[in-house]
Design a protein around this ligand. Structure first.
Ligand code: LMR
Length: 396
């Protein structure tokens, strides 16, 4: 019956997690998956979330189904967090709770594929590997626009802009508003303005994927391109995730927002999103939504949570500085300042896949094959060893 099924080669990120867990070396370091660990190397339960969890448990509400679109208070709180003072009215904004950011991408992709036949999505080169899987799985053709410049270890802004400026009206373009995954290379504000100009001028349909809000500059600054699209009345899709910024990875909690500049269209979009959810998994799970809604709905807890995100951001930045400086001492003829210009959890090191294999096999330091490391997995106890082992493989 199943003899024609080929074996699964494994996911380039998740299979490293499995391999790491099997690794028995006590000095192993996991810099593969995008998970924040604190200074002790532990995935934190944020204190604001701990307080919310106690309050949610105290209420002990029955486990009834949520509506297809998700928990009402959660959706409202998330919309406020995302759009701030630019919050569009319900006539213009359709928002649904989703299973993390991946679920939001999938629901959005399915919706587009249903109403815009033979869709193509333009992805940055490179991008998160699963963007390809999710959009191709929904029936999209995937194309690339230039993004990363391996020579400068920075942004190929001219190449990116020229490609976007050549796309046909209505072309779907995936953009990372901040903390680009995997490179950590983000456009400056001035460059974003030019990118948004092109989106507007050419009538492109942005699909913003926001998984690391708050890890570059701040919760509000990191979402600037999205809010600018609202101000300019550009329709868009926005997937966002609370895995990293609430440290709620296994709760699978996120949202999909669709901004509809033309009044009245959001109702039908919301209806079709609900249908998409119904056909995929019927309705979302409740616990993560209750936790996030409780934190964001309580001014004191929300302020506390903002400070917790800031603490994570600052710790990751501090680790970048330490890694760059220790690498510089170990390999003085190479420049590691690019690590300081990159944002968010990831460092795109330029290590080759052979060097990454050596790091893992010889030293138990796990990075993704593309040379991506999760800087948020570094701490004062492992950064020196990581720098030494990276230096070792760089020297050849
Ligand atoms: C990552 O890029 O490591 C994260 O987004 C986790 C994942 O699911 O790949």
């Amino acid at each position: 019956m199943f003899s024609h099924l080929p074996p699964y080669a494994g996911d380039p990120i998740l299979s490293l997690m499995e391999q790491f867990q099997r690794d028995e070396r006590s000095n192993k370091v996991n810099l593969s998956i995008g998970i924040y660990t604190d200074g002790r190397g532990v995935v934190p339960v944020l204190p604001s979330v701990r307080t919310a969890a106690a309050a949610v448990a105290e209420v002990g509400a029955p486990y009834v189904y949520l509506p297809m679109e998700g928990h009402a208070a959660y959706r409202q709180a998330v919309a406020k967090l995302l759009f701030g003072a630019d919050l569009p009215s319900a006539e213009h904004l359709a928002i649904v709770q989703t299973l993390g950011g991946s679920g939001a991408l999938k629901v959005g992709a399915d919706l587009i594929a249903r109403f815009f036949p033979q869709p193509t999505i333009w992805l940055p080169d490179p991008t998160w590997d699963n963007h390809v899987g999710i959009f191709e799985g929904a029936g999209f053709k995937t194309e690339r626009y230039p993004y990363y410049d391996a020579q400068t270890k920075g942004l190929n802004f001219e190449g990116m802009l020229a490609k976007l400026d050549s796309l046909p009206k209505g072309a779907v373009v995936l953009l990372h508003p901040c903390c680009h995954n995997p490179t950590g290379v983000d456009p400056t504000r001035a460059q974003w303005e030019q990118i948004v100009d092109v989106l507007e001028k050419r009538g492109l349909l942005p699909f913003f994927d926001l998984a690391y809000q708050g890890f570059a500059e701040s919760l509000d600054e990191d979402i600037w391109p999205v809010r600018e699209a609202v101000r300019r009345q550009i329709p868009f899709f926005l997937s966002n995730s609370f895995s990293k910024i609430f440290s709620l990875y296994s709760e699978r909690i996120g949202a999909l927002s669709v901004f509809c500049p033309q009044a009245g269209q959001a109702a039908n979009v919301l209806g079709q999103l609900k249908l998409t959810v119904r056909r995929n998994y019927s309705s979302p799970a409740r616990n993560g939504a209750l936790l996030v809604a409780h934190v964001l709905g309580d001014d004191k807890l929300a302020t506390q949570w903002r400070a917790e995100v800031e603490e994570m951001r600052v710790r990751v930045r501090d680790m970048r500085v330490k890694l760059a400086s220790q690498l510089k001492s170990a390999v003085p003829d190479q420049d590691f300042s690019f690590l300081l210009r990159q944002n968010g959890m990831f460092g795109y090191t330029g290590l080759t896949s052979t060097q990454v294999d050596r790091l893992r096999e010889e030293f138990g330091v796990y990075a993704v094959g593309t040379g991506r490391i999760c800087v948020a997995g570094l701490n004062d106890s492992n950064v020196a060893r990581v720098a030494e082992t990276m230096a070792e493989v760089l020297r050849g």
